[in-house]
Ligand binder design. Sequence first.
Ligand code: COA
Length: 338
Amino acid sequence: MSQSLPAILEEWKCMDEQYQNIQDTYKIYVQKLDEISKLQSSCSASISNQRRRLKEMTQSIKSNDLTAEEAKSIEEMNGKIKTRPNIFLEMESFLPKKNGIYLNLVLGSVNVTLLSKQAKFAYKDEYEKFKLCLTVILLVFSFICYFFINFRFVDAILNFLLVWYYCTLTIRESVLITNGSRIKGWWVFHHYISTFLSGVMLTWPDGHLYKVFRNQFIAYSLYQSFVQCLQCYYQSGCLYRLRALGERHNMDLTMEGFQSWMWRGLTFLLPFLFFGHFWQLFNSLSLFGMAKLPDCKEWQVLACGLCFLILFTGNFFTTVAVVRHKIKSKNETKAKNQ
Ligand code: COA
């Protein structure tokens, strides 16, 4: 039903008022954005300036001869100086910064810093969900390849999926690191090696040696996907609990609750992880054995063997280091609370 002219004019007047409001709000928004960008530049510049001056100051302190009283105040100052770098790092994770070489190559110089804690958590949460979703797909795919379909073309699809998955992880993890995540460099490097390994597997021709190693590799992929599902469950659990804690690292009482959950998860997960690491070693030894055979002509055998060896070494020693570090901080928290 068409409206009468006065009603239309009335509605237009109302819309026009709304339009003026939108314009005013937008003007304020642009103004605030401008202010924010100025504040960001000034904060970043002040932090770099403070860093340089702190460095100079630390050097000049060393060269001085000090009396007992001076030494006491210098010690106090040193204590404060030591805490500053971490505080600056935390601040910088909320300030725009230049991308590293990898992100610059892949995304260009677009700003990937997320400016609030909620946005950072949401990005990490989405990363964990993406990992879980892809891992389940890979699990099902490997299962089908192992038990039902033995066809080189289908194996190639599985390997391509693995290449794409690991590539995507390296990009997402670089964004996470820019946003203050403490992911160890090894885990990112691990994903580069895994990308390369899956790429090499993709190019391995369908000969006798491929057939010999194929089932072992697919079974390993199946197992790894299974362990990654457990790992995703553990890491999402950590994330939700940390979010519930709100402020990280400085609420010891609730932190204890978090740590006890984390230890239960970790003690369950670790045997599976170590078994996976030794499977990687076993894969590498099998491939080195194969490379010695007189009919081995494919370079892929040695390349994959080396990749598995690097994966085993890095995974095993990094996991041991992570666990040792966690035991140390658990003991420190206990000692602090006693
Ligand atoms: N991949 C991606 N991110 C990882 C990671 C991994 N393998 N291990 C740890 N991280 C991230 C954590 O999510 C956390 O991120 P945040 O700062 O954004 O919250 C950060 O790194 C620090 O984690 P940390 O406290 O050191 O470890 P954790 O308790 O989260 O996890 C392990 C510890 C041992 C469970 C984990 O490192 C792991 O699963 N390692 C084994 C991986 C492996 O060997 N895979 C092959 C299986 S066959």
